[in-house]
Design a protein around this ligand. Structure first.
Ligand code: GTP
Ligand code: MG
Length: 376
């Protein structure tokens, strides 16, 4: 693993930063706290920067992760003065994407995000070469750097065209599936919520689950049984992350678009998170679903990992997040899946509508039935 020094804001909880750093293949050898990441000409105050660069060299780090957003010139200055590679949060996420992209489409999506990240930085480089501040890229001068910039721009356009072909292919596939008449269900939620674990549990698949961020970058679709002899198609997709810049979400558009067309969306929430972290992840998820025009009535909230927090813990979190209606499950332990299937049938309109009275008495009967079975 590559060694990195991590810089976080003074008040910030470093756990997410450490998780992402590890997911990108870095071992965090030291954590430094700056007043704010993203200020001054070096991304942190000059006094602090001097100290951080020194510590990083002493610790044998090859990279400094400044956990925030750096402008192109801040990143350049810090790289020049420290002699180490400098990553901000976006760059760190891009490295995770690059490590995890397996399919041709995922690789193109990641490339698109990387080039979009790169372009303003190249512009900054060109500006500096012009002003005679910088020798250029790998020793090349202004003309070569500008040519490189144009090359990147053209490459970006080509990738966009290729991705559009994938998107159309997906659309054709989707229409084919519609013709079979099977409802489409999509998983959604923050990275690490347990979407793939749930996907595997419902479909008897063995898609990779690692515990590192962004394990899943492409979609997989399988037929699942919903009980009552009903079937549906379930799709696993890329996870969300709070505070991602819009262009990164845009890059994964054709993958995320699956959510727009789903008849039901299972919004998976990690119930074992601290309420504050859970709240941030939840509001990010809701924003992205809104952006993808997913209607509320198609969304089923699924509180996962109840094996860790228990039903009471899940209920407490649901109340904090203002979620009135949810299903509590443990995807890993297979708890609550029957109820989940029943609720999915409900959202898809596959349950015969019972008059309210009949429903209440059936529910009461069910409860009595369970009670008597559990008794001596
Ligand atoms: N305790 C517990 N852990 C779980 C449960 N479900 C998933 N996990 C763990 O949570 C981590 C993330 O699970 P994944 O299924 O990969 O999560 P994901 O939402 O697919 O993540 P991305 O693919 O990165 O978006 C893994 O370490 C799982 O073993 C659960 O019900 N209980
Ligand atoms: Mg996954």
């Amino acid at each position: 693993m590559r060694r990195a020094l991590l810089v976080v804001g003074r008040e910030e909880d470093p756990s997410e930063a450490i998780e992402l750093a590890e997911s990108a293949g870095y071992e965090v050898v030291e954590i430094e706290r700056a007043r704010r990441v993203g200020e001054g000409r070096l991304g942190i105050s000059s006094g602090k920067a001097e100290e951080v660069f020194e510590r990083a060299r002493e610790a044998g780090a090859e990279a400094i992760i400044m956990y925030g957003s750096l402008s192109s010139s801040q990143a350049f200055n810090a790289m020049k003065e420290s002699g180490l590679s400098i990553l901000d949060r976006d760059k760190l996420v891009l490295e995770i994407f690059a490590r995890n992209a397996r399919t041709p489409e995922a690789k193109l999506q990641v490339k698109l995000a990387e080039l979009t990240y790169e372009l303003p930085r190249l512009k900054e480089l060109i500006r500096r070469v012009r002003m005679g501040e910088q020798p250029g890229l790998y020793g090349y001068g202004e003309y070569e750097v500008e040519k490189y910039y144009d090359h990147i721009r053209r490459m970006r356009v080509r990738i966009l065209e290729e991705l559009e072909r994938y998107r159309r292919h997906r659309e054709v596939q989707r229409q084919g599936r519609r013709r079979w008449g099977m409802p489409l269900i999509s998983l959604a939620g923050h990275t690490g919520a347990g979407k793939t674990t749930l996907f595997n549990a419902l479909s008897n698949e063995r898609r990779p689950v690692t515990g590192r961020a962004f394990t899943t970058l492409t979609t997989t679709t399988r037929t699942i049984w919903l009980g009552d002899g009903r079937r549906a198609l379930l799709t696993d997709t890329v996870g969300f992350l709070s505070g991602l810049p819009h262009y990164m979400i845009e890059a994964f558009h054709s993958t995320l678009e699956e959510l727009s067309y789903a008849d039901a969306v299972l919004l998976v929430i990690d119930a074992s998170d601290d309420p504050e972290i859970a709240a941030r992840k939840y509001s990010t998820s809701i924003e992205i679903l809104q952006e993808l025009s997913v209607e509320q009535r198609r969304v089923l909230h699924v509180l996962n990992k109840v094996d860790v927090v228990g039903a009471g813990g899940a209920a407490g979190l649901a109340e904090e997040l203002g979620i009135g209606d949810y299903v509590a499950i443990s995807a890993r332990e297979g708890l609550g899946l029957e109820e989940l299937r029943r609720r999915i049938r409900g959202i898809l309109g596959l349950e015969a509508e019972l008059p309210a009275g009949a429903r209440a008495s059936r529910a009461a009967g069910g409860a009595r039935g369970r009670g008597s079975r559990a008794g001596p």
